[in-house]
Write a protein that binds this ligand. Structure first.
Ligand code: LFR
Length: 490
């Protein structure tokens, strides 16, 4: 039976999923799961990129030991981050984590030379302080020796794919997230690169999702004792792969990719690069088959993950199900904060920041763990309502429900509260959205599916969707009004 392999690397863990097509149904098997622990070194936060490569190789070994012959493999991961190669093809330094503080204030500094509209009309990308453009500008400003030596720029999946294949190529969906790619020109934006003083020669050819981009290097195949395996570039931005897996029947639908981040928006045929999109700070990230993701980043479960880590550091370990059960029993609608306040971006003391936010807005800070978790989850659900309304306003579409995909849907309380907050049903599934979207695009490249529409139909038939109908409408409606006032969202 022919299998294919999807590597999906998230900010807190990575996984390798095997996929097979049996009677027009997708069957997946988790081959390998591993932590992705960033490392603080020399005052900087880095990704442990070689450990990730090591874990990816372990998955190939497991496949070999199970006697699985792989027809292809592909990688997707978080966006914006990158590695630089020297002229000899070696990786220079360890890639920075987008939550490192070296970009603090960089975005505002760049606005002095080029206004936001100048950047937005060239890229259509939302302003996030960690976008690649600000990371490179920060390195330039700091006189980074890496930039002086760099010969090629590769994003995280480009880089891992390069380690496996030796091919130096940039993939489209991820390239758009740099805020250096011009969708109208279909290429890197020379003006923006000139403005930040980065040589255009660093940037390679951009390939579309679904392109076969090489095969395992003989050195890798012989190290692992595997045969040669074709490697495909899918939507290598994990959010692009997650949206590819949304089991929607309608052409126009609203989605929430729910993991460390909550990414909410809709799929569009062309980037929406008007003044309203700029004002609302929406993004147009490149997707499969020439589509774009008109969406907005919401800080997401990161705040809860970080709070859980904080309790662990203090010596109390809670599982997520335990925390959710505590939240359910805590008093409702006690306090809220805007999850997208920038104070929540960097790792650290989330409870203190939430308390500070509550005090600033005249609310009593949550104290018990259940109250803290409730405050986080209610705030997220209410923010979803706000961003869904903005998505409708910007796209001119009304949505009759919300598709939720990604690991975050295991948090059933959040799914129910999202439905309550938006006053519409939530359709949750599949949980492994990114990996399944990754598999789907590999099958499109192999001619198993004609296009993404057909792939979505098969995904719909293969994975269950849980429906959450809204409840407690009046209470949530009233809460939404108060939340907006507290968060200053007009
Ligand atoms: C989600 C994601 C988001 C991106 C953020 C940082 O995993 O890829 O789409 O904004 O991570 O790269």
């Amino acid at each position: 039976m022919a299998s294919i392999l999807a590597y999906d690397l998230g900010a807190s863990s990575g996984r390798a999923l095997l996929g097979r097509l049996t009677d027009r149904k997708i069957v997946t098997e988790e081959l390998h799961r591993f932590p992705n622990d960033p490392v603080q070194a020399g005052g900087r936060l880095h990704w442990d990129i070689l450990r990730l490569l090591h874990e990816m190789k372990q998955a190939l070994l497991k496949a070999k030991h199970q006697g699985v012959a792989l027809k292809s493999l592909a990688i997707d991961s978080w966006a914006v981050d990158f590695g630089l190669l020297g002229k000899n093809g070696e990786l220079l330094g360890n890639p920075y984590h987008y939550r490192d503080s070296h970009t603090d204030g960089m975005m505002e500094r760049l606005f002095a030379d080029m206004p936001e509209s100048y950047i937005f009309e060239r890229t259509g990308i939302q302003f996030l302080p960690f976008n690649t453009i600000y990371q490179l500008a920060a390195m330039k400003r700091a006189g980074s020796p890496l930039l002086r030596e760099a010969d090629r720029f590769l994003m995280i999946p480009d880089l891992l794919r390069y380690f496996l294949t030796g091919e130096k190529l940039n993939e489209f969906s991820n390239a758009t997230t740099t805020q250096l790619f011009n969708p109208s020109k279909g290429n890197w934006d020379a003006d923006l690169l000139a403005q930040i003083g980065i040589a255009p020669g660093l940037f390679g050819r951009v390939v579309q999702p679904g392109t076969r981009v090489g095969q395992l290097l003989p050195s890798v195949a012989s190290e692992l004792g595997t045969g040669s395996i074709p490697v495909i570039a899918v939507a290598e931005h994990d959010t692009g792969s997650a949206v590819a897996a949304v089991p929607a029947t309608e052409r126009s639908f609203a989605y929430l990719s729910c993991g460390t981040w909550s990414l909410m928006g809709t799929e569009v045929e062309r980037p929406v690069m008007n003044e309203l999109a700029l004002k609302l700070n929406f993004t147009n990230e490149g997707g499969v088959e020439g589509t774009y993701r008109l969406l907005k980043n919401i800080m997401g479960l990161w705040i809860l993950q970080e709070t859980k880590r904080e309790w662990e550091r203090e010596g109390t370990s809670y599982s997520f199900p335990e925390l959710i059960a505590l939240a359910e029993r805590a008093p409702a609608f006690a306090s809220w904060f805007d999850p997208d306040d920038q104070r929540f971006l960097h790792p650290g003391e989330m409870r203190e920041r939430i308390s500070q936010y509550c005090r600033e807005t005249g609310q009593k800070p949550p104290e018990q763990p259940g109250a803290v978790v409730r405050c986080i989850l209610e705030s997220l659900a209410l923010k979803y309502r706000y961003v869904l309304e903005l998505t409708e306003r910007l796209s001119g579409n009304r949505f009759n429900g919300l598709h939720m995909v990604g690991g975050g849907i295991q948090n059933t309380l959040l799914c129910q509260w999202a439905a309550n907050a938006i006053g519409k049903p939530v359709w949750a599934g599949p949980a492994e959205g990114s990996a399944i979207g990754n598999l789907a695009v590999q099958w499109i490249a192999q001619g198993e599916f004609a296009n993404i529409r057909e792939a979505r139909a098969v995904i719909r038939e293969s994975f269950p969707v849980t429906i959450y109908e809204p409840t407690e409408r009046e209470a949530w409606e009233e809460a939404y009004g108060r939340f907006r006032a507290i968060a200053g969202l007009n």
